[in-house]
Each structure stands twice: as C-alpha cells, then as structure tokens.
Design a protein around this ligand. Structure first.
Ligand code: ZN
Length: 319
C-alpha cells in the first residue's frame, strides 16, 4: 500500500468539465511525519446531527460553551507543547472576539469554517463566495492575523461542487481541508485521493481528511465521532499506519467533545444522540494520550502551505 493507491491524475481529467486533480503528496513524504492537529470551532447546537431540530434563529439564545471549552483546549495544547489549526465559524468570531484573539495569542493558526456552518454543496456559487469571503475578512479583522485555510462544514465539498476550490482561491485562501474520501451517509468523496492533491487550473491545494486503506476500502481515521467510537489502540494503529506510508495524518475534534456537561438536546434522533454523546467523558484523556503518542503541529506548518503556494523547496516543519 502506498500513497499511489490514490486515483491517478488521468482518472480525474476524464469525464467532461471536471477539473484536473494532481496528487501532491510527494511533497510531504517523510520517514517520521509530523501530524496536523485541527479544531472545528463550533458549538453543540451548530452540528449537522441536530440541524433537523435546531433553528439557527435560536442559536443566539442558547448557552454557548465555546469560551470555556476553547480555553480548556488551549490549556491542553499548551501542556502538550503543540500547535493546532482552529477552523472557526464567523458566527463565533462575531460574538466571542476575545476567544479568537486568545487562539492567535497562543500561537495557533486561525482558519475559516464558514460563517454559520451551512453545507457548501447546498449553496450556490455566489452564496458560497459571499460566505467564505465574509468569514475570512471577519476572522482577520477580529484577530489581526491572515487567514489562509478553510474547512467546509461537514466536509461538504465533493463531486457536486468542485467549483468551490476556484472560489476559495479567488477569495485568497491558500488551502482547503474539506474532502473526506470515505463512504458516509452525510458526506464523502470516495474516489478522491487519500493524500494532498492540487485541483483545477489554479492548482489549489486540498488536504483531505485522513483514512486508512484496508483492501479497496478507505476507513475514517481523522477523528470526530470515530475517535470516540473506536478503541484508542485502534485509532493509534491507524495513525501509525498512515505515518508508515510516510504521510502526515490530519486529526480533528470539536470543543464540545471535551464537554460531557453540555446541555442535552431534546427530541434528537437516536442515531444523532449516539454519535454526539458517545464517550464524551473519555475524550479529554484520549486526546491527551494522542498528543503524547505522536508529533503534532498546525495545518499551515505541517503542510508548509505558504512555501507550497510560492512553489518553494519542499520541507517539513515540526516542533
Ligand atoms: Zn463543522
């Protein structure tokens, strides 16, 4: 098994107007890869699992747990000596600017998760442009830091909206981490490359969520609910396996995942409740163990995104 298991560039240039996809993982080949740590900064009432029972108009009236949970994550990361990327909603930045500034002050990368967690493939091109452009400016105005990274809500860039990469590039983003090459009921772009690739005429950089390949199947290994569902040893094995392919893994979590005391949603479907509340009380200890067992740094630094955009020499940065 190798990164070359990813579909070839040729496979992606056929079929009409589909933009060309060129694997870019060779740039990041390393015998001892540093892995990329990321946090999707949204609260328990923003999540897709509860979107059918939570009206966005009610968000402002709900108890927001982001300030305390982000502060706790910053403590955990400081104790572990790691940097992370915080993909943050514009909605959060508008209401909690001090949280945003504390993230940047602590040396982490601030990135965009869109304004209010709308699925990218549910938006028109014009709506998406307005959303990602507005959020980038908002995050930059609040933080004073340049924002170059984007992650779509619920990994919602796939075959339906590959134009989104062009829009992100036009808006000044340098990379996206929005594709999840797995089979899932809510998202997934199964035939996307497993590792870094460039797409479209502008060669925009996409850093897909981490998977392990078993036979002909990609299994999720990027975090989220799967990190809480699988035994820790299984997840550690998966990260080791990706690193044995000489590629960085990308891990993500949400602030509400370390908060077992968060308010419970009434009326949620059983499957949504299972996914959201499973093993919340074990999450913090597992996270600390994961930070201890591997090397971690922000997306921007692990993938050397600015130099990659300048076509500079390939190099890996790690603590
Ligand atoms: Zn999200």
């Amino acid at each position: 098994m190798s990164p070359n298991d990813a579909p070839s560039a040729d496979a992606h240039t056929s079929g009409g107007s589909r933009p060309a996809i060129v694997p870019a993982h060779e740039r990041y080949r390393s015998a001892a890869p540093c892995n990329a740590l990321s946090v999707d900064v949204e609260d328990y009432f923003h999540v897709l699992a509860f979107a059918d029972i939570v009206d966005p108009a009610s968000w402002a009236g709900r108890e927001c747990r982001i300030p305390r949970n982000v502060e706790r994550l910053l403590e955990i990361f400081r104790a572990a000596g790691v940097r992370s990327t915080f993909f943050t909603l514009g909605w959060v930045a508008e209401r909690y600017p001090e949280v945003i500034r504390s993230i940047v002050r602590a040396g982490h990368e601030l990135a965009s998760h869109g304004y209010e967690h709308r699925l990218a493939f549910a938006q028109s091109r014009a709506e998406f442009r307005e959303d990602v452009g507005r959020t980038k400016k908002l995050l930059e105005d609040v933080s004073g830091a340049e924002v170059i990274g984007f992650r779509a809500a619920s990994f919602s860039i796939d075959e339906r909206n590959l134009w989104a990469f062009d829009v992100l590039q036009e808006c000044g983003y340098l990379y996206s981490s929005s594709v999840n090459p797995i089979h899932h009921d809510n998202y997934g772009m199964l035939d996307a490359p497993r590792f870094a690739f460039r797409i479209g005429a502008g060669g925009f950089l996409e850093l897909p969520m981490t998977t392990v390949r078993i036979g002909s199947t990609n299994l999720p290994a990027a975090g989220g609910g799967f990190f809480r569902l699988a035994p820790y040893a299984a997840f550690r094995w998966a990260v080791r396996r990706v690193n044995a392919e000489q590629q960085p893994a990308i891990f993500y979590l949400h602030p509400w995942e370390i908060d077992p005391a968060q308010p419970r949603m009434q009326g949620a479907r059983l499957r949504s409740r299972f996914r959201h509340y499973l093993n919340l009380s074990r999450m913090e200890a597992r996270l600390v163990q994961l930070l201890h067992d591997f090397s971690w740094d922000s997306m921007e630094r692990v993938f050397d995104v600015r130099a990659a955009a300048d076509s500079g020499a390939a190099r890996m940065i790690c603590r």
